[in-house]
Ligand binder design. Structure first.
Ligand code: AMP
Ligand code: MG
Length: 486
């Protein structure tokens, strides 16, 4: 059954300076927590594969998938603005790369045991953080945001020590590539320019083939990565997603959301919100993310400099980010508002909407979803109830009605609402929803997690049976503290 997998492990061909080969370490008496049929289908895996005991064992380190070539890759990075030196896959093990009907996908086990890059860590991931990664990567995909995916979540009662004793889990992740900015930084900072070039050529040939035709393919690569990252930041900001640990080792060369740790979707809109309890200075606050991404791209540019040659060229490759990010964010916000035209008036409305939401600490997701039913020049009572400053809301609603009017001529009344519901999700993975799924899972009840997964995979749909998952967070939600410890 397992032999149906077709492997072509291209990263492993890069050679031993890029990784250490090793076997995952077995977790005792593993069990399935959730199998993600959506990803299984994309990978062309048959149901029988997912039913098999051999598969369960292989995904928890006690068996080998024939054709896989397990390895832990080495990378470095800047953490919280400081050069941190060598990091690497401390608890992620790359099994290899699958050839599937939907293209090439690398398969990684997160939490499968110690590697030479584990430093002080135990190579494990706890159930709590694994559930958060599993759910959030699928939630992001459901929102249409580039991300690594999660094929399966498996667990064991093996004990793992964090602030308290918890149990172990493994997320089986997939992505076309798990290469990070930090992989480039590693070889650049260690003056390993042969490896640096091999890595850049690998990424260009396999992931960014259009860059090969450019006069300077490495500058073209930097520009292409910047462009993808700019779009990723626009997507994060528009849904109110805070990553929490935007270190350069957590930045994907493909512009994917990667490494879900202390992330959070905003409840009440607060641009200065810090979701990571360990981020005392707020370096990774919600409103800092776009600038931090640029800072990280600058680090990537510096790492690529030996290949690009001239500093001017590297700087020029980074420059478009400054225009692409705001344009991409504006496009997303216009769609959320049900507007199409990029006019000065509409831009000013986006600004004033953000200000009004911040001043009133309005729930970000609920506001946008309710806005879909906005009809110009009506009472807007339900929407207005979200604001304590009624006067400011009324002024805003009047202004919004005026801007909607010319764009509404000749439209069916419901047309805009339907369109807006495709840009304004009803469901996001709020902290308290993850927490509820975690609490149940700790008692071996995986049903809430599986229900939540299903809703988050199609977050723009109504899901009438699960309306409570779209409610305001309960009071206890504000006491949830998520840190880097996972
Ligand atoms: P993060 O910022 O959480 O993505 O992780 C930063 C670095 O720490 C990476 O090199 C991880 O592989 C490593 N790391 C995090 N947690 C563990 C752990 N429990 N065991 C080993 N390494 C870890
Ligand atoms: Mg990481």
């Amino acid at each position: 059954m397992i032999s149906q997998l077709i492997w072509n492990n291209r990263f492993a061909r890069l050679g031993e300076n890029f990784y250490t080969r090793l076997q995952p370490q077995a977790l005792p008496q593993p069990y399935w927590i959730s199998r993600n049929q959506a990803v299984a289908r994309e990978l062309g895996l048959q149901d029988s594969w997912f039913e098999s005991r051999d598969t369960l064992n292989a995904l928890t380190g006690s068996g080998v998938l024939p054709g896989s070539e397990p390895l832990a890759s080495v990378y470095s990075g800047h953490q919280f603005g400081q050069w941190a030196g060598q990091l690497g896959d401390g608890r992620a093990i790359l099994l290899g790369e699958l050839q599937t009907p939907s293209g090439s996908h690398e398969i990684q086990l997160k939490g499968a045991g110690k590697t030479p890059y584990s430093r002080m860590g135990d190579g494990r991931a706890v159930l709590r953080s694994s559930i958060r990664e599993y759910l959030c990567s699928e939630a992001m995909h459901g929102l249409g945001i580039p991300t690594t995916r999660a094929l399966a979540l498996t667990g064991s009662d093996a004990k793992v020590l964090r602030e308290e004793i918890e149990t172990a889990a493994v997320v089986t992740r997939t992505a076309p590539s798990f290469i990070r900015f930090g992989h480039f930084e590693h070889f650049s900072y260690n003056d390993m320019h042969v490896e640096l070039k091999a890595l850049a050529d690998f990424v260009i040939d396999n992931l960014y083939p259009a860059c090969r035709a450019a006069t300077n393919p490495y500058a073209a690569l930097l520009e292409a990565v910047s462009e993808r990252t700019a779009h990723l930041m626009a997507a994060w900001q528009s849904v109110g997603f805070c990553h929490g640990v935007m270190n350069t080792d957590n930045m994907s060369i493909l512009g994917l959301t990667i490494d879900y740790g202390p992330f959070q979707f905003l409840d009440a809109f607060d641009p200065t919100h810090i979701c990571n309890h360990s981020d005392t200075h707020g370096r990774y606050a919600y409103n800092k993310q776009p600038n931090i991404a640029y800072w990280n791209l600058f680090c990537l540019g510096q790492a690529l400099l030996p290949l690009i040659g001239e500093q001017e060229l590297a700087l020029a490759a980074l420059e478009p980010y400054k225009a692409i990010f705001p344009a991409a964010l504006e496009a997303k916000m216009l769609a959320k508002l049900g507007l199409t035209e990029s006019s000065p008036d509409n831009k000013a409305l986006i600004e004033s909407t953000f200000k009004l939401l911040a001043a009133n600490k309005v729930d970000y997701t609920i506001f946008w979803r309710m806005l879909c039913s906005f009809t110009p020049n009506s009472g807007h009572e339900a929407l207005r109830d979200l604001f304590f400053d009624r006067e400011s809301f009324n002024a805003w609603a009047l202004h919004y009605s005026e801007l909607l009017a010319p764009e509404s001529i000749g439209l069916e009344p419901d047309f805009r609402a339907k369109l807006m519901r495709k840009s304004n999700p009803k469901y996001v993975l709020r902290n308290h929803l993850g927490e509820q799924a975690i609490r149940a899972a700790k008692l071996k009840d995986f049903a809430p997690l599986i229900d939540l997964l299903e809703v988050l995979q199609t977050p723009f749909d109504e899901h009438p049976d699960h309306r409570a998952l779209a409610d305001l967070p309960p009071d206890w939600a504000s006491s949830i503290e998520i840190s880097c410890s996972s």
